[in-house]
Ligand binder design. Sequence first.
Ligand code: FAD
Length: 473
Amino acid sequence: MTDTFVIVGGDAAGMAAASKARREDSDLEIVVFEKGEWVSYGACGLPYYVKGEIQSLEALVSVTPEEFREERDIDLRTGHEVVAIDPDDRTVTAVRDGDEVVQSYDHLLLATGAESIVPPIDGVDLEGVYTLGSMSDGKELREYVARARDSEDLQQADRGPACRYLEDCTGPVGVVGGGYIGIEMAEALAANGFEVHLFQRSDRVLTGFSEATSEAVADHLRDREVVVHLGSEVRELADDGDGTVEAVVTAADRVPVEAALIGTGVRPRTGLAEDAGIELGPTGAIAADAYRETNVPDVYAAGDCAEATHVVTGESTYVPLALTANRHGRAVGQTVTGTPTEGGGVAGTAAVKAFDVEAARTGILDRDEAREAGFDPVSETITAKSRAGYYPDGGDVTVTLTADRDSGRVLGASLVSEYGEGAVHRSHAVVGALEASATVFELENYDLAYAPPFNTTWDPVLVAAKVLGGELR
Ligand code: FAD
């Protein structure tokens, strides 16, 4: 008899596991339960769909349900929500249109992802308040943008301070949260002519990046007429009396808006696992070993619902990003088909584009976090040219590099440049150093490529390593 591999969740982690398992074992029975209708979609593209750079939601789908069913022989059951797991009987119970289906498994993967965090404040349920966590959220927001742009009411000039500089200004719209989704959405909305107010609780945007990166991104947002409210915790979304949002209220301000987007982070979807006695780790996400197996034998967890191990600290961490979901899902697909495969650690590497600026971060930058992990962090920030001085175009790249004072070990980096000038791709050299537990002195000697259109002989990353190394010698 062949084994049955059951997967809960049909996006990055789930479908990577299903596809890999099928490639490795053509006889395995593979059943995927997905509560929605979309599978294998790129949520990362949603801000660009809302912006209008990507024309259809379908373009974000890498493999369609039909392809999974017909070409990969995967029993994909969309519209099925798994509501219970019985680890003793080795079954899951799914519900579709009120009907229950009980499915037995030999191996089970939880790939249930994450959900948007909505702050516990008044007004989050009002009409005109959006989140961006799913394909249907993206559809609603795009429809809102289209409606607002078409509405004559919203085309009046001079709707607020930023509108004085914009033609055909629409809005104003509030974006709550200065993380990567808030910033990508600020761009998407401003590019559509909205007057955008971005509210950030702390005193800088992109708090996981260096201060130099945060400042460069915030300055650029302001250059592009986004009104950036720092140190502004949103206390309430005010009701216009008819159930529609009319203002974002902070301790200091009451900013009139016609819509608000909440982008205050995500939390792992763990309810199903908890109910089945599957343990969560210190971060609140599902705990899993190097092979992504949970405390319950033959039950695995991968992607945004699960923790991972940080390559610098060796501790549990929660970094819900797409590559980890794909990689860990794929590893599970390989493990359950007979080749035990570790999913690998994460360095917390992330990138964001804000209009004409790009930024990346990797590793540990936060001083307290570094100290908690037993390091004595030292940082240097340098700014260097992105291309040879004599080569046309180019700009500056600012690199903040952090290392441990005693050992010289590289702990992390944050980089920012104009879009296309390589901050993001340059971060990969630092990721290599983190994965190898290399010192700044070793990073300084990395044999990086050089040619005038791409960098200076000493790439900005090497310059940062030299400067920081000089301080540590
Ligand atoms: P998900 O994609 O969340 O999929 C989980 C699936 O499980 C969902 O389809 C859900 O419907 C289903 N499900 C949940 N519970 C059940 C149940 N009980 N029964 C059946 N089905 C269930 N990452 C990056 O690396 N770079 C980016 O630039 C980036 N941009 C992003 C932009 C946006 C707007 C968003 C929302 C995310 C972005 N991400 C980005 C994050 C990335 O999309 C996620 O890391 C990735 O999708 C995680 O994949 P996953 O399979 O773990 O979870």
